[in-house]
Design a protein around this ligand. Structure first.
Ligand SMILES: [Fe+2]
Length: 434
């Protein structure tokens, strides 16, 4: 069964009991609770619901652990009066809930603004990449300078005193996908490089090398590049030439940093010596190339050209940890997992209160508390609630969901087309993650 469909029935407040999954009918701004839909945890929550002035809610059977209590026919006065003695707006608990909610609404606006700014910057940057790649292939020094400007901008966000927030960018699979990949690898490499405490020069060279890591593929026939495996031995050998080709192209500019060229040459070398083209082992591979190799592997797993074979970010990290430990620098891999958290942006999750959500952004300094977009068909798509996990410590992630288990409605609500492309923005103001 796909997740996201439900049937529901309207019930009275006296029918509520812990374990029931309910939906509030007042709209997100019309009640003081963080969620429009949730599973009732305890009696205190039922009391708060009653005190808030709500008289009826919708009960969602398939997400509930129990049935509603029966309505007692002809009963003049229920044991617990549905209308509180204190008017809702004066009850101290409800007042506190409203105050907390107002703070959240303020932070929600900040987060939306941050995400919008990040998306605008991403779109402006991605627009420049094909032109820069074209100029690089022509051996233009200007391309290197253009790339340095992009990287310097991004590196500055990671080197800033303000927290760098990694946001999920939703992109459509197009002919330009190779540019998404280049930029994604560069952004992720910068995140990991900053966490690995590279100095600013190393960090800039890493970003430039990562941006052009697959430059040599421009010399290889698209038919071979896009062929679904298995490849013939000749095709394999041809693909294995792309690191060398890339270095040759970069050298023509006479302005390409040497450690960035090493990234291009060594990004397919493996820590256990089974990579290519020079079968280098361990620390014989430059640290910048080892970083690029990790983020390149991650991006290839998440953004596979064949959507059937693409993994969710959560699955990709698990796969890398269990299956690629020998091929990658384990210390850097663990650092990468620590940056992105167990549930990286782009992972669909089910929360402990039964609500479905998509991980939207992560602060690499506090990766266990990502921000999530909540699925709630009662809240319009463009106004979806972004929920900060540190706001509600009691709500935890129960499990990750396979992307193919999400219903088309949920995917459309999240604008989720699969894959995991990232861009970074510094968080300022009251919404700054603590
Ligand atoms: Fe490559």
């Amino acid at each position: 069964m796909s997740i996201g469909h439900s049937t529901e029935m309207r019930i009275k407040m006296e029918q509520l009991q812990p374990g029931m999954f309910i939906r509030l009918d007042e709209g997100w701004f019309g009640h003081p609770f963080l969620f429009n839909r949730f599973k009732i945890k305890n009696r205190a929550q039922i009391d708060s619901l009653k005190k808030s002035g709500i008289t009826e809610v919708y009960y969602i059977p398939e997400k509930s652990d129990c049935l509603p209590l029966p309505l007692e026919e002809g009963k003049v006065k229920p044991k617990t009066p549905p209308v509180p003695a204190t008017p809702p707006e004066e009850d101290p608990v409800i007042q506190l809930l409203w105050q907390i909610k107002k703070d959240r609404i303020g932070r929600l606006k900040e987060k939306r603004e941050n995400l919008r700014k990040c998306t605008d910057n991403y779109n402006a940057t991605i627009k420049d990449i094909p032109n820069i790649m074209g100029k690089m292939v022509a051996g233009s020094k200007e391309a290197v300078n253009n790339a340095k400007t992009i990287v310097s901008n991004l590196a500055g966000k990671f080197l800033s005193d303000t927290d760098a927030i990694m946001h999920l960018m939703t992109v459509k699979e197009t002919e330009e996908s190779i540019y998404y990949h280049s930029l994604n690898v560069s952004v992720l490499a910068l995140m990991l490089g900053a966490k690995a405490k590279l100095n600013p020069t190393e960090l800039h060279d890493l970003g430039v090398g990562a941006l052009f890591h697959d430059l040599g593929k421009t010399r290889i026939d698209n038919k071979v590049l896009k062929k679904t495996p298995p490849l013939t031995r000749a095709e394999q050998s041809l693909i294995h030439l792309h690191p060398r080709y890339g270095v040759e192209i970069a050298a023509k500019t006479n302005a390409f940093p040497s450690s960035a060229a090493l990234v291009i040459m060594q990004h397919h070398e493996q820590y256990d010596g089974n990579g290519y083209p020079n079968l280098l082992k361990g620390e014989k591979i430059s640290k910048l190339a080892r970083i690029t190799s990790i983020v390149n592997t991650y991006d290839n797993l998440c953004n596979n050209a064949d959507p059937q074979r693409a993994m969710s970010p959560y699955q990709a990290l698990s796969h890398m940890y269990t299956k690629c430990q020998n091929a990658l620098d384990l210390e850097l891999l663990l650092l990468f997992i620590r940056c992105l958290g167990i549930y990286p942006p782009g992972t669909a999750v089910l929360l402990s209160n039964g609500v479905l959500a998509l991980v939207m952004s992560v602060n690499p300094k506090n990766p266990l508390k990502p921000s999530l977009m909540l699925y709630d068909p009662d809240v319009p798509k463009g106004e979806a609630v972004i929920f900060d996990m540190e706001d509600e410590p009691e709500v935890t992630i129960e499990r990750n969901l396979r992307p193919d288990k999400l219903s088309p409605e949920v995917c459309s609500y999240f604008n989720y087309t699969g894959g995991a492309n990232y861009f970074v923005e510094n968080m300022k103001g009251p919404g700054k993650t603590r």
